[in-house]
Design a protein around this ligand. Sequence first.
Ligand SMILES: NC(=O)C1=CN([C@@H]2O[C@H](COP(=O)(O)OP(=O)(O)OC[C@H]3O[C@@H](n4cnc5c(N)ncnc54)[C@H](OP(=O)(O)O)[C@@H]3O)[C@@H](O)[C@H]2O)C=CC1
Ligand SMILES: CC(C)(CO)C(=O)C(=O)O
Length: 295
Amino acid sequence: MLLNIGIIGGGSVGLLMAAYFGRKHEVHVYTKRSQQAGLLNESGVYCDVLGQVNLRAHLFGGALHKHDVLFVTVKQQQLSTVLDLLEELSCRIPVVFLQNGMGHLELLPKKIYPVYLGVVEHGAKRASDTKVLHTGRGRVKVAAYKAEQSAEWIADLLHEEDFPFQAEGDYFNMLVSKLMVNTVINPLTAIFRVQNKFIVKNTELRSLASKLCREASQVFQRSYEEEWEHVLRVAEQTGDNYSSMLTDLSLQRKTEIDYISGYVLKKSVSELPYHQFVVRSVHALEQLDGEGGRV
Ligand SMILES: NC(=O)C1=CN([C@@H]2O[C@H](COP(=O)(O)OP(=O)(O)OC[C@H]3O[C@@H](n4cnc5c(N)ncnc54)[C@H](OP(=O)(O)O)[C@@H]3O)[C@@H](O)[C@H]2O)C=CC1
Ligand SMILES: CC(C)(CO)C(=O)C(=O)O
């Protein structure tokens, strides 16, 4: 079945999804910059694994086209502008939010309906405004957040062997599982400027990582042993990746730390010294970048 799919954000995840969906469906990408929309309309998106794929692109801000489903792929810190506009448009298009972290749960306005949440287990890296690298193969999980229907229909319609979708019943569990991984791997790799594999290989980093994992497991009442095994597996599987938090810092951009580790702190009833330390360290690095203070 041919779908009409909207994607807000022409970054790493947005372009990756546009390329995979665009092989079979009509895809519209909404960008922040008109220049990027122009380039995408001229040449489509180039994905290292798939080659060139055609799509349509628009500057986000005005009306939306009629879509069967709309994916929001901006970062957490960019979400409030997008939410304001979506709320104003009050369209009845099913919206799927694909952010890492959980801070956005507290931002989602009541007027947007129906709402689904998702987690992306792929690695993607935008190489230019029209080029994306598929750096790690995984799956996209989706769950209903505020919707009459479960997320099965999304997974059924979009699942492809080389771009799998999986419907989950419980959005909270799905997001917490991803949060556990991100709250351990992202800040440490960002502070120490290392690839993910060093969380496993470097004995000191591994020990710090296990402390973060223990703290987060306590907050969400999860088995530390199971979460730790999961974190190590992801760190190994994505070993050559530079985490998204490290990438943000390298590009002198604000990170998603407040929506990931900050969310864990917010949900805790007790002190979490390791989380407090990494949140402040990442903020210090962001601030030093602004001050030109890093050597
Ligand atoms: N990259 C990855 O491998 C993974 C990412 N994720 C998560 O997915 C989310 C997106 O990440 P990622 O794609 O890497 O981020 P990027 O920074 O690559 O992409 C975000 C995109 O959103 C665009 N944008 C920002 N504000 C607006 C707006 N108002 N209207 C339209 N577009 C806008 C940005 O535009 P501009 O380029 O002009 O700034 C940018 O193209 C994050 O929460 C991340 O943690 C999860 C798993 C893996
Ligand atoms: C799983 C991981 C850690 C892969 O790099 C990620 O989600 C990220 O970098 O944000």
